[in-house]
Design a protein around this ligand. Structure first.
Ligand code: URA
Length: 235
């Protein structure tokens, strides 16, 4: 990558300011003053500008409140993806950590950090995922017991014991909070179907230590805060 682009990407100044500054001798690469803005970096060098070390952010992390109607894929020729919501300027190696169904809303982590993604998704890690769900019918204490035991969700699979908290029970619909420790395809929907309820609205509230930021409108996103990065162990 060009030296002036590297510095501009890391917000050391505008491209024009940086070109001038580099020509004046403000940029130092591995101890040598470099006056060529187009100097090619491999990415492993120590770069300072005006005496300040400028480290290149290898990874980016975004918290998105996924809206309904977009798919959790990196690209699709016909359907809008969560990455399309990040706009054209996004770097090209980002991906969503795990999948939410097209009609599911809520917390989605988007990053280019494959190791973190693995840590959060690996079945053996049992990272908690918490969902708010509106389901058909009256959910009772029996459903809580069934979820705690583990319900069969088809193809011979028994879902791991899950937490179910009943928030509100109406004539037609009930509202609940569900905590699962795995992430199978349509997992929450299949668990409710197994006990006779259909999920009509599903929103992810949390994944591991990350909690949905209710200030984010659906479709909006923001970088993770230093505190959130620390919670994820990537600070
Ligand atoms: N469970 C589902 O059924 N759908 C999702 O999008 C996430 C969990």
């Amino acid at each position: 990558m060009r030296l002036d682009k590297y510095l501009a990407d890391m917000n050391a100044g505008t491209r024009k300011e940086l070109k001038n500054g580099i020509r004046k001798g403000l940029a130092v690469v591995d101890g040598t003053v470099i006056r060529d803005p187009g100097y090619a970096l491999s990415g492993t060098e120590k770069v300072t500008y005006g005496g300040r070390e400028i480290a290149y952010a290898a990874y980016e992390y975004y918290l998105m409140n996924k809206p309904a109607g977009v798919i959790s894929a990196t690209e699709d020729s016909r359907q809008k993806t969560v990455l399309d919501l990040l706009g054209e300027q996004r770097r090209k190696d980002l991906f969503p950590v795990g999948r939410l169904d097209k009609d599911t809303v809520g917390l989605l982590l988007i990053t280019n950090d494959g190791a973190l993604s693995h840590r959060l998704l690996a079945p053996k890690k049992h990272v908690d995922k918490i969902y708010f769900a509106r389901v058909t019918g009256r959910v009772t204490g029996e459903a809580v017991d069934r979820f705690a035991e583990g319900v069969p969700i088809g193809e011979g699979i028994i879902a791991r014991p899950a937490g179910l908290e009943i928030l509100e029970v109406g004539e037609e619909f009930s509202e609940v909070r569900v905590t699962i420790h795995e992430g199978r395809f349509h997992q929450v929907k299949r668990m409710f179907l197994a006990i006779g309820h259909e999920v009509v609205y599903l929103k992810r509230l949390a994944m591991g230590p990350l909690v949905l930021d209710e200030d984010l409108e659906e479709g909006a996103y923001r970088p993770l805060t230093p505190e959130e990065l620390q919670l994820l162990g990537v600070d």
